[in-house]
Design a protein around this ligand. Sequence first.
Ligand code: FAD
Length: 569
Amino acid sequence: MEWDAIVIGAGLAGLVATAEIADAGKKVLLLDQEPEASFGGQAWWSFGGLFLIDSPEQRRMGIKDSKELAWQDWLGTAGFDRLEDEDVWAKKWARAYVDFAAGEKREWLTKMGVRFFPVVGWAERGGYLAEGHGNSVPRFHIVWGTGPGIVEPFEKRVREHMKSGLVDYRPRHRVNKLLTENGAVVGVDGDILVPSDAARGERSSREIADSFSCRGRSVLVSSGGIGGNHELIRKNWPKRLGDPPTSMLSGVPEHVDGRMLGITEEAGGRIVNKDRMWHYTEGIKNWSSVWKEHGIRILPGPSSLWFDAKGQRFPAPNFPGFDTLGTLEEIRKTGYDYSWFILTQKIIEKEFALSGSEQNPDLTGKSIKKVLSRVLPGAPAPVQAFMDKGEDFIVANNLAELVEGMNNLTGDHLLDLKTIERQITARDREIENKFTKDLQITAIRGARNYIGDKLIRVAPPHKILDTKNGPLIAVRLNIVSRKTLGGLQTDLSGRVLNQAGEVVPGLYAAGEASGFGGGGLHGYRAMEGTFLGGCLFSGRIAGRAIAGVSEGTGQAALLNNGHQEESHV
Ligand SMILES: Cc1cc2nc3c(=O)[nH]c(=O)nc-3n(C[C@H](O)[C@H](O)[C@H](O)COP(=O)(O)OP(=O)(O)OC[C@H]3O[C@@H](n4cnc5c(N)ncnc54)[C@H](O)[C@@H]3O)c2cc1C
């Protein structure tokens, strides 16, 4: 049998594309190496943060956003500098994505039942000049129901098509090869892996039970990035970020293995921007790990003091939540893989959130009552659990005890009490005036001008060493792997290009495998919430192109895009 389309990967991008193709009455074979328990891929684990521009939620919070401002921010963040080659499609995709995030995206989702938490988050705050990195305004919209809430409508559509016979979903089918004839991709070969009762996200066996081979008119690669494969991360690690870390946590399940990218290269697809990746610097070891070296990212408010492994405060603007890769670069310069937050009980209660659906049971479970309890005194339950059981946390009643605990935790004994005390005391002196030269304090005060931050995200400025704000807390921060910013180079219809820039007939890519579109629509850095959004956008485009209903995409979008470039760049 020949399928209209074979989709490799049942993550968010694959599900969106499958739903769109089957909606057009076409037959889809949906393959995934993992058991059905992991349906939805990484997106299920995600926090469900989505980048939207000039939304009703922003307006209600007094935020004035616009497409022009967002595009200015995108360009400053992306820093596209390979426009003749690797960035040529990436920048076009970026422009089209910003249009989508300012236009159809929200309505398309709300029509499928997606709802948003009313307080918009402010991720990647930048800290440079107007044309530099970061979001000028809060744009991180949390889906009500977090990751599972964004997977749900697409899973529903795909499962309905499974019932009607348009979609044949085959878990435990691992693709090993793309079949080609006269340069065109015409099908896939692979292994059928033995059945597995691994729970969602857990490692599943790679034992082979049988093999399979299938033909399709189109093949879509939506197999995710390389975040679970530390070997590939180290191999592609960019020089500008120093040496790759020797120890790193994994922010994604092991199935994010990057293997399918090499397989697609063998079939003629071109991967660009391999050296662009997005890893977090505020990783803590999960005390209740689901996958190997399971790291959780702290989504920090701006008040914690950030020290390197030797106890020196990082220079401005390396404040929590300002510039992820800027801080990663600073950390790599130290020669150590970890850094430290020092903070107070007051800060942790208001400013620590943890990324991931399972770390936010109130939002994931859509419980208004539990969400409201976030404003009550005390750390949120998942944060408290880390304070009690996490190996990276130290709680102490005075600085001497805290620093001793920090030195004992790593065994490196690099921290000198007097040096740390001097820096914190100096910072605390700056709190007494409404003036300051400490840019972190200016940033905290600026953040509190935003009602959302003032309500639930940023503690009133206070002295760290004043015992009434204690106890003191130190957190060892590890590097945690996550996203792949480069990927298969695609045109605006999601068609994969070869080394000569020509379309590989029959081959499409979407989601993280395609650098979320074009081989890297983020450029060097991201503004956050753009990964799930990138899966929605690139999955929809590729799906519609495969189905032959490419309204608003493909060539039309290219022309449209070219037109807008003139007025915006
Ligand atoms: C904890 C966490 C929090 C996050 N929070 C956010 C957030 O708030 N906002 C945001 O924008 N992004 C967030 N992300 C990132 C986002 O979830 C991912 O980038 C996105 O879901 C990737 O989707 P995908 O469909 O491209 O790939 P994946 O979800 O990785 O799916 C790919 C699928 O392909 C399968 N596969 C791979 N190779 C093969 C093969 N050879 N044969 C068969 N099958 C194969 C895999 O098993 C997998 O199921 C988060 C991610 C995590 C893990």
